[in-house]
Design a protein around this ligand. Sequence first.
Ligand code: PXP
Length: 255
Amino acid sequence: MSTAPPLRLGINVDHVATLRNARGGRLPDPVRAALLAIEAGADGITAHLREDRRHIRDDDMARLKAEISKPLNFEMAATQEMLRISLATKPHAVCLVPERREEVTTEGGLDVVAQHNVLAPFIARLNDAGIRVSLFIAADVSQIETAARLKAPVIEIHTGAWCHAVIDGKPDKAEAEWQRIVAGAALAQSVGLEVHAGHGLDYATAEAIAGLPQIVELNIGHYMMGEALFVGLSETVRTMRAAMTRGREKVGLPA
Ligand code: PXP
């Protein structure tokens, strides 16, 4: 049997806040969703504090940090405001994501090549504060090599293009995107990066990507919350975990 670290499941609770904000007020509470997800087997919670606060709000992030027992992954744009809030919040990890068009590669990841000079001091500040920095990037050679040069310990591979091609029934595009992810994960590990993946994953794509031994964490939100409407969040987390375990075991990896 090959060795690979177990695969962690991070649950993104943004869309619980989307639903809450549709009416204002306090319900449904993303912190309650986070606590339930952890009880059902999630290894961590992700939330994205956007500049426009369209879903998660500042007090959600503070409450998540105070109330959950598992690592908090704070997704944010590389702005001075978010740097200040994240340094005050002290999450386990910060995942830097694009929010503006000029920060994005054609595949949708953060363009760390074009943003290198902006990101370098930013990542250094977070590293110095003991916060694990993850860069949400496309599985491209230049993006991955730049992430390593920027001394970010982690990348999260953007799986959106692959997942959309799978769902849209475009097998050639899906295969090309999959091969990019396979090669990117191997390259990232070879240059010393920890590799996560996320965006657009469902049970089937999570099971497939669980077969890549370099990947140690999946962050999943939208599909989980959609399923949760029908079968409940706990059941959704358990079913996702089972899919990930099948994917790991199929290729002889420990789950
Ligand atoms: N990872 C990152 C960096 C994200 O920004 C998001 C949300 O867009 C996700 C994972 C989760 O994606 P989804 O909600 O499509 O599962």
